[in-house]
Design a binder for this molecule. Structure first.
Ligand code: ADP
Length: 240
């Protein structure tokens, strides 16, 4: 199964992607993490992407698409991929579908984590990331046991350089003006699971799993090319 997580900055995509990847044996592919790695190792891609990431702008599609495809081609025994942060606009979604088709693959499920802008601002302002594995913590809503230290691997926590108030606002604008239109792309394909992302991490996770079960009942998710009926599954009532 191949799936996409769509959500604004701070919606909890990364946290949910890590949990789903472990449970469903999917390879997590986070475009932002891949770009930050490329920037840190000063690869040609990293050097080209750096000014865009620092401004909080989208990196040009041509650079990002090839980076994601490289990651999709090198599935190390996983049953599929879980994409976090890609696609971010309709052009990227169309290219992804076309290239997956060439590989005999398709996107089977798309989860949208719905969180209001005011709550996103609260979450992003307190966000800290673990240096070793990118686990996400929040000083207000999901603090580590010991301040500044990741519970999972003991590494230190840092604040991302693009988590400054002006850059946060700019990235949210791009999400709500551009990325949100992906719902109109995937909705009519019957692959979309809308989840209320304001609950606890466990509640959101349960709502996603319930949505996936529901999609699975409509059409088996394991067969990557299985036809999917044109219905949108809404989890608003389940997620409460
Ligand atoms: P966030 O979603 O909080 O902005 P990410 O780690 O997903 O954080 O992305 C960080 C930055 O990487 C983005 O602001 C953007 O510059 C770049 N980026 C990530 N994914 C994409 C993408 N699919 N297309 C273009 N740029 C991207």
């Amino acid at each position: 199964m191949n799936m996409i997580l769509i959500g604004a900055q701070g919606s909890g995509k990364g946290t949910q992607a890590q949990a789903l990847a472990r449970e469903l044996h999917l390879q997590p592919t986070a475009s932002g993490d891949l770009l930050r790695e490329a920037i840190a190792s000063e690869t040609p891609l990293g050097r080209a992407a750096k000014p865009y990431v620092e401004r909080g702008d989208l990196v040009p599609d041509t650079l990002v698409v090839e980076m994601i495809l490289d990651s999709i081609r090198s599935l190390n025994g996983a049953q599929g991929i879980i994409l976090d942060g890609f696609p971010r606009n309709i052009a990227q979604a169309e290219t992804l579908d076309a290239r997956l088709l060439e590989l005999g693959q398709a996107i089977d499920a798309v989860v949208y984590l719905d969180v209001p802008r005011e709550q996103l601002l609260d979450r992003l302002n307190g966000r800290y990331i673990c240096r070793a594995h990118g686990h996400v913590w929040n000083m207000k809503t999901h603090p580590p046991t010991v301040a500044g230290v990741c519970d999972y691997d003991g590494s230190d926590l840092y604040q991302r350089s693009d988590d400054q108030p002006d850059k946060i606002a700019h990235r949210l604008d791009i999400f709500f003006n551009e990325t949100i239109h992906l719902l109109e792309y995937y909705g009519p394909q019957g692959k979309l699971i809308r989840v209320d992302g304001t609950g606890s991490i466990e509640d959101v996770h349960r709502a996603i799993r319930a949505g996936l079960d529901r999609l699975e009942r409509l059409a088996p998710l394991k067969g990557a090319l299985a036809p999917v009926p044109p219905q949108t599954v809404s989890l608003q009532e389940i997620a409460g």
